[in-house]
Design a protein around this ligand. Structure first.
Ligand SMILES: [Zn+2]
Length: 345
């Protein structure tokens, strides 16, 4: 518990009384309050001490000291947080605090966790904080990953890493939250992204090993010019050519997957050349679009999800990273050994 004042807020002078610019609203204007929390910029938050004691063992320990005899005024605790920050933290955990988690930025969430969870040991905020973080995974996965790692929430770190696959790695700009994780954790998400890219791109080159439907027009058409030759493995062991227009789609999809392993594979931009190709073929024109859609919306995404699941996502878990650290000290990085094995194929 902090009870210090800061140099930014000198002692009040009787001739120039300090007027706080922040007036706490309900429920921190409670006339029945038995405790004042005073922010470092002079705002008084009227609270119930027994509520704070239930929320925080730090507050509980502080209240165990008896009031001086003869004291009639409501006890006051000087806080080191500004009124705006204190208001945000209290509203996140105090009953009736009416904090809308949707409005919180990740920076504000981190601030709440730093002060609420780690400074005042208010562990009851964890489920709600996790919910907020989860809602940000798809918009800011790198910052969410950093916060999840710093809180040792491995499940959310894994989910954030997976969400990062929807973004190009070049968009991983610096975010302040990265200051709170060690370099090897950031390196882990970069390697995870790169490794997922590699297996996804590989899927577009090895269709014969996983795509079993040979009835589609991009295989059966005898009019369109052939392109890639597929030699299906035993027991089928047949040789097949895919049509040129289908190879155009595969090439576009491959490029998208290289940049974003969870790219939208049914994006019309990826299909433009393929559509032009089968539109010129009387044989493919009837079913080409349906067959391409089925492949781009279902078959290929299912394969992509499957191969991404084979990537060792646990390497990015905080607990695993700690194990890796100890292994690294003894015999070199397991990251490097696994990476080298992958590179050798
Ligand atoms: Zn055709």
């Amino acid at each position: 518990m902090s009870a210090q004042t800061t140099s930014e807020h000198p002692a009040k002078s009787p001739s120039t009384p300090e007027i706080p610019t922040f007036i706490p609203g309900a429920p921190f204007d409670d006339t029945d309050a038995d405790l004042l929390l005073t922010s470092c910029d002079g705002a008084d938050f009227r609270v119930q001490s027994h509520v704070l004691a239930l929320l925080s063992p730090v507050f509980k320990g502080m209240f165990s000291f008896p009031q001086p005899p003869g004291e009639t005024e409501i006890p006051r605790v000087q806080m080191s947080e500004t009124a705006i920050v204190l208001d945000r933290v209290l509203r996140f955990c105090y009953p009736g605090g009416d904090c809308d988690p949707v409005d919180l930025s990740l920076q504000q969430l981190k601030e709440i966790l730093d002060i609420g969870r780690h400074k005042y040991d208010i562990q009851s905020i964890v489920p709600r904080a996790k919910m907020v973080l989860k809602s940000k995974l798809n918009t800011d996965p790198v910052a969410a990953f950093a916060i999840a790692c710093s809180q040792e929430w491995n499940d959310l770190a894994v989910n954030a890493a997976r969400s990062s696959l929807r973004f190009p790695i070049r968009s991983f700009d610096f975010v302040p939250e990265l200051r709170n994780i060690p370099a090897h954790q950031y390196q882990a998400i970069l390697r995870y992204h790169a490794e997922c890219s590699a297996v996804c791109v590989d899927s577009t080159k090895t269709l014969e090993t996983w795509y079993k439907d040979t009835s589609k027009s991009f295989f059966t058409c005898q009019v369109c010019p052939p392109s890639a030759l597929w030699t299906r493995p035993a027991p089928v062991k047949s040789r097949q050519y895919s049509r040129t227009w289908f190879s155009c789609y595969l090439k576009a999809a491959r490029h998208a997957l290289k940049v974003q392993p969870l790219a939208d594979l049914s994006d019309p931009v990826l299909m433009v050349d393929a559509v032009k190709g089968f539109a010129e073929c009387a044989s493919c024109r009837a079913h080409g679009f349906d067959h391409l859609q089925e492949f781009a919306k279902r078959a290929l995404p299912a394969r992509i999800n499957s191969v991404i699941n084979t990537v060792c996502i646990f390497r990015i878990c905080v607990s695993y990273a700690l194990i890796v650290e100890s292994i690294r000290k003894k015999s070199g990085s397991i990251f490097d050994r696994v990476w080298a094995m992958k590179s050798r194929g």
